[in-house]
Write a protein that binds this ligand. Structure first.
Ligand code: ZN
Length: 435
């Protein structure tokens, strides 16, 4: 017994001291979005995939690699709480009519778009995203699994699988296309009755959804409070929450009454809705499109900023969210740049930088239900972190120029350049059981 212990101690002791995967990051500044403060000259010790220690003047373990970010500000990775990585509708050829995109872009093509978009998002510092449907036949699950198993780099994906709606989803198909050609599936999963609701939720969970996304009111009849409660209780059996697409004030009222986890899109919400959401702790992913040369009108941008301001003022759990799923010919911004450009709305709403930072990190981690595993820069959690020039607490636009990205202890970007070699593997290096 003694001998075994001594041997075990030797085996454990020697490699730990010389393990190549221990990394020490020297941060010129470390931002804590929880307190809205930055501490100077901090060190972060990363052991393998996880953070081992955080503090000033820590000892550098023997053999540890040191990454010097002493001229940068380190902070947690960013979150987009509502995006669609496997959908890109365009001005040409489909005139931004995504019904046509779903006809023209196959599931495999959309999976490849998702992989590319995930890399572009990680390049802009987004380490967690909720991918909420319109991803053809479960490209979102395949994308999540490919990242989790270690085939390709990308953000941690919390995916919804197919959006569940009453017959038709968000489409208004002709009878021929709906009944003879099944045009709605796989873009939407029809569920009009109690049995169909239960079946649809279970089917999504079986095929890898990590959150259930429903159309609350895509049709004038929509879902009732009682039906939404059924969604919520059925999803809870698999440990999942329900995110609701909302586009009418009545739909918003019903979703809030049912106690939905998050409301997607904020345009239909009134201040009264915001007050009720704050009271019930319902997350808001309001997808606040700014006015830009490539999207929206000035009035849209102003309205979105006003709505967001009301949500913030009333204490709603606001997240940074975009609904980013389009491309304009000739615009050379990538998906990451297009996503972070939604800061325009947050600035127009006059929301303090510390609160924007909280929304784009902590509240996002909570909405995605990952905060116990990853997000905050704390010992025991996955080493997901980014670094920027300047101080985002003073100038939120500092987030637009991400110089460094680490995901699960691996460096994805350094000195402003993607260095993703270590993320590519010839097999499921992180385990085929990740599903
Ligand atoms: Zn959306």
């Amino acid at each position: 017994m003694l001998k075994r212990c001594a041997l075990a101690a030797l085996v454990l002791f020697t490699p730990v001291l010389t393990r190549a995967e221990t990394t020490v990051i020297r941060a010129g500044r470390l931002v804590d979005p929880e307190t809205g403060r930055a501490a100077a000259n901090q060190m972060i010790v990363v052991d393998g995939e996880k953070i081992a220690a955080v503090g000033a003047n820590l000892a550098v373990p023997d053999g540890a690699r040191v990454i010097d970010l002493s001229d940068l500000t380190v902070l947690p990775g960013l979150v987009d709480s509502h995006t669609h990585m496997g959908l890109t509708y365009k001005d040409v050829p489909e005139n931004n009519y995504y019904y046509l995109t779903t006809v023209m872009d196959s599931t495999p093509l959309r999976a490849i778009q998702a992989a590319s978009n995930g890399i572009q998002l990680l390049n802009s510092g987004f380490t967690v995203v909720r991918d909420l449907g319109n991803n053809a036949l479960y490209t979102d699950t395949a994308h999540r699994v490919a990242i989790d198993q270690g085939w390709i780099p990308g953000p941690t994906v919390v995916n919804s699988g197919l959006i569940i709606g009453g017959k038709g989803g968000q489409f208004w198909p002709t009878p021929e296309m709906a009944k003879q050609h099944g045009i709605i599936y796989p873009e939407y999963l029809d569920a009009d009755t109690h049995d169909e609701i239960i079946k649809a939720v279970r089917e999504n969970m079986l095929f890898g959804a990590k959150v259930i996304k429903i159309c609350v009111d895509c049709k004038p009849w929509g879902y009732s409070v009682e039906e939404m409660k059924l969604f919520i209780s059925e999803a809870a059996k698999g440990g999942l929450k329900v995110a609701g697409h909302v586009q009418t004030p009545e739909g918003a009222s019903r979703a809030i009454e049912a106690g939905i986890w998050s409301i997607e899109h904020g345009a239909a919400l009134s201040e009264e809705h915001h007050k009720l959401m704050a009271k019930k702790g319902i997350f808001l992913a309001s997808t606040d499109t700014p006015f830009t040369p490539y999207r929206a009108t000035k009035e849209d941008g102003e309205r979105n900023a006003q709505k967001l301001k009301s949500a913030w003022k009333n204490g709603v759990r606001i997240t940074f969210s975009t609904d980013m799923d389009y491309y304009k010919t000739g615009n050379d911004m990538n998906r990451g740049e297009l996503t972070i450009n939604f800061l325009l709305t947050w600035k127009a709403a006059g929301i303090p930088n510390a609160d924007i930072l909280k929304a784009i990190t902590l509240t996002g981690f909570e909405c995605a239900q990952v905060e116990k595993e990853r997000g905050p820069i704390k010992p025991g959690l996955y080493a997901d972190l980014i670094a920027v020039r300047g101080n985002p607490l003073e100038d939120i636009d500092a987030l637009r120029d991400v110089r460094f990205v680490m995901k699960e202890g691996l460096v994805f970007k350094q000195n402003g350049v993607m260095t993703p070699e270590k993320f590519f593997h010839a097999g499921p290096a992180k385990g085929w059981r990740k599903r």
